[in-house]
Design a protein around this ligand. Sequence first.
Ligand code: NAD
Length: 489
Amino acid sequence: MTLSKGVWKMATEKSAVFIIFGGSGDLAHRKLYPALYRLYQAGMLKDHFAVIGTARRPWSDEYFRETVITSLEDFDDDKEKMTAFAQHFFYQSHNVNDSEHYIALKELAAKLDDKFDAGHNRVYYMAIAPRFFGTVAEHIKSEGLKTDGGYNRLVIEKPFGRDLASATELNDSLSRVFPEDEVYRIDHYLGKKMIQEISNIRMKNPTFEEALNSKYVSNIQVTLGESLGVEDRGGYYETSGALRDMVQNHIMQIIGSIAMDKPEELSAEAVHKVKTDLFASLKVLQPEEVKTEFVRGQYDTDNLGDQKAYRDEDNVDENSNIETYVAGRIEFSDDRWNGTPFYVRSGKRMPAKSSRIDIVFNDKVKDLGIKPNTTVSFLIEPEDGHSILINGIDYLEANQDFLKFPEDKTYFDNAREAYESLIIDILAGDHVHFTLWDELQSTWKYIDAVREQWDVEEPDFPNYLSGTMGPEAADTLLERDGNSWVWDD
Ligand code: NAD
């Protein structure tokens, strides 16, 4: 496989015909159309692009365009510009199983390519239920939608399978049509500004980079906490749970950004090589270890009885054993990290929304009566930034202060939104911020070992109150090692 090198992404105009499968859906309207509009505002999409939305409903182009304009309601921009943008949008009613519809789609794409001079470039975006991914890809092949003379890029959303076996099956069906270098698997955390800043901060600060290993780091903590419950997504959540929904993809990819070895260069190929090596060194747990290294939880009502327990949510089984909280202690066997625990947790109905990475350094200078510089925290949400706990000049008094960046809270206001940034990468052919199949295989193997043990044990659910930090066992997990969570309510 040859991955494109990290491409310098200037705000130059790009040309492509986007085919969005699931063009009437939530993801398309909430994320994709606003992201495409931002690229239009920036001039990266201008005259040479078209978007075909496909879905089952029999919409007209005019109606589709109205929905696109409605999806831009948060933009403080003139209506004329939005209308001009929407003129690039076309609708094709489509059933994933109907070959005739793909032939019509192919003809429409070719016509629009001519009309907008889009260079035979195609972006096929799967904003559709995962069970359709394979069928759509097979029809793209059998009905000959792929073009010659331009690029063909497949964009695929999570979840990528529900275990290693189903992910392998899915990958096999996609790879018969799209080789790995044409596949862009989205993990939108990798599009977030602060996550992308991590490699910058690491590579541009040798002192920090040199200290990122088990000699200096006591433990690394990754938290993706949400204050909301499952809201109206109970049906989806019942097939997923926190382990599959958050750890297998987002948390593992965040760990990849902070813990991968230094790549030889910042090309997609070099970055993915070190990430793949890291994930290949995950210490997969034995069934007995799952009991001590992983904790699961499910939210109950709150202490006033005001909030719905998970089992009372819409479309949730009243005896559901799906976890809404997970905490775990992950280890790697590579030279850099052997012996350093990575504590991870993700939960719904926690006291606040908070996505963060806390790096806790060893306190090797304790004996000298000096308090060590203990933590570097990367704050991903709700506010981007990072902070370093650092000793003041009066170190014998052990004055400590947080150096916070950015001090100016508006610093990240103009940062690109995750989907905008990822679509730019797709148009530029840059794979750095996408997930590769080799990485997924290793992370699924790890997650499967936890899930398989959980599936043969009856959990004692519900086991934490809404608005709390999760089950107590999640604290014990760290206390056992003499550690504690940095983010604590
Ligand atoms: P949705 O239910 O809102 O939209 C699904 C789309 O698929 C609709 O346009 C629908 O008309 C179309 N569709 C359904 N059955 C079809 C068929 N037989 N033939 C043709 N079209 C059909 O779903 P969504 O929330 O937009 O999610 C889409 C994908 O993105 C899913 O894979 C989901 O897991 C993933 N995803 C969504 C979000 C999000 O924020 N919504 C976030 C991450 C990943």
